[in-house]
Design a protein around this ligand. Sequence first.
Ligand SMILES: [Ca+2]
Length: 312
Amino acid sequence: MSAAPRPVFVDCDTGVDDALALAYLLSDPGVRIVGVGTVSGNVAAAQAAENTLALLTAAGVHDVPVAIGAHDARAGAFAGGAPHVHGHDGVGGTAGTPGERRPDPRDAVTLLADLVAQHPGLEVLALGPLTNLAAFVDVHPELVPALGRVTIMGGAFAHRGNITPFAEANIGHDVEAAAVVFSADWELALVPLDATMPQRLTEADADRLGAVGGAVPRALRSMLDFYLDFYLGVYGDRACALHDPLAAILLADPAAEVAARRGRVRVIEAGEERGRTVLAPAANGRHLVVDAVAGSAAERLVGGLARRAWRA
Ligand SMILES: [Ca+2]
């Protein structure tokens, strides 16, 4: 008999790679998404909720609440996201009209608080700016120790940033929130650009993903068209980095072979290096920084999606 699936809360700014990550988790029998909060990043938080609801509905998942979280960062208004990377709607122009299912009436922070009470040890996967998680720390400090590990796609250590030479987008779009999250007393695993940038999904991988069949793989294949076009300008061919999916893969499989360092992460808040993440190494530190992951994330992603019998 297999163990009960581990409950997971996903906080995301659903663009193309968030959608891939969510689909990967839906296909993994070892974990169960019990709630989703959205935050502005790739797109506005409200649009990210629509994109998430569309994906869940296509998967036939109707019982996972999706709550809208922060629209603006702590220190500034939402600047409009990354339409050149993810499309105006975050999903490569594939979003239809909003479906019948509406976002949960609670905000993302309240939803997370309610779910921790129901699922002690609840793990969190953060795939967007850390605005909601920082608000959770502020509003519910007593619940911080009740959470399990928090896995974050974010940061750039030896690797160059992707919104400035120093800052990675999820950290750099809300630096003050990242500072709060890095100071909180919880177990963190950080999956930075150092680990994600070498993990690429090619057009051939995208085709194999689409060939898995079903509504969700089909939707992912069409959003990938836009995303791969953007990456053509970055890498010179149609292949994208698997940022959020790699974090989802590591959450689902903590035994995955990684090169990683322990210690305490902080974020530089001022000056030209604003948004840069720095690790103070310590053998017993509660922060784990993943430098590299063995094997191919694209293989794991495609193989993972093939495990689920997706609705037509
Ligand atoms: Ca994301």
